[in-house]
Design a protein around this ligand. Structure first.
Ligand code: ZN
Length: 187
């Protein structure tokens, strides 16, 4: 296999009994290809530990931010300073990021990696597909439960688009949700 995927952090999403979010930290996923290392989302806690983990794997060349919510991007400035990768996100997310980023359309992904628009949760949300079988879904599929119950994200600027985007990401056999460990379909 020429492309390897590591879910460096599973992240978490803790809700109170009334459904409001008590604590949120995104999953952080590294894609290693012969040409470059790509990180998808940065999470929001322990930036130093994340920088060390990435340095141990040879650094990171590009960071794809699925969307601009703080729990997915808050570690981006620390990564920018320590590792100087290029950042990319969906066009509609760019103004809300804590770092300078280019639109994903300006990114030329290596073989086996594809960036797909998955709007709905936010207007410019994107997901990253690896070798047509694994998708790093961000909050197009926020938790393993969303995948297992085929339930779109509760929070969506466009609920119909969010529903379509969920169906799109669930076509792939392995789904890395925005928070929590990946979900794998039995072969
Ligand atoms: Zn979000």
């Amino acid at each position: 296999m020429t492309v390897a995927v590591y879910q460096l952090r599973p992240g978490e999403l803790v809700r109170r009994r009334d459904g409001t979010v008590a604590r949120a930290d995104s999953s952080v996923t590294l894609i290693e290809t012969p040409e470059m290392n790509i990180l998808v989302d940065t999470g929001a806690t322990n930036p130093d530990e994340l920088v060390e983990a990435l340095e141990a794997r040879g650094g990171v060349d590009a960071v794809i931010l699925t969307h601009s919510h703080t729990d997915h991007v808050a570690n981006a400035p620390a990564l920018a300073e320590a590792l100087r990768p290029d950042f990319y996100a969906g066009e509609e997310e760019l103004n809300d990021l804590p770092v300078d980023a280019e639109p994903v359309t300006a990114f030329d992904p290596p073989e086996g990696v594809e960036i797909v628009p998955t709007p709905g949760h936010t207007p410019g949300h994107v997901s990253v597909v690896v070798e047509d079988r694994l998708v790093i879904a961000g909050d197009a599929c926020p938790t393993p439960d969303n995948a297992l119950e085929r339930k779109p994200p509760a929070l969506a600027v466009d609920p119909e688009a969010a529903e379509r985007s969920l169906r799109k990401v669930l076509k792939y056999p392995v789904v890395v949700p925005g928070h929590g460990i990946h979900v794998r379909e039995e072969p």
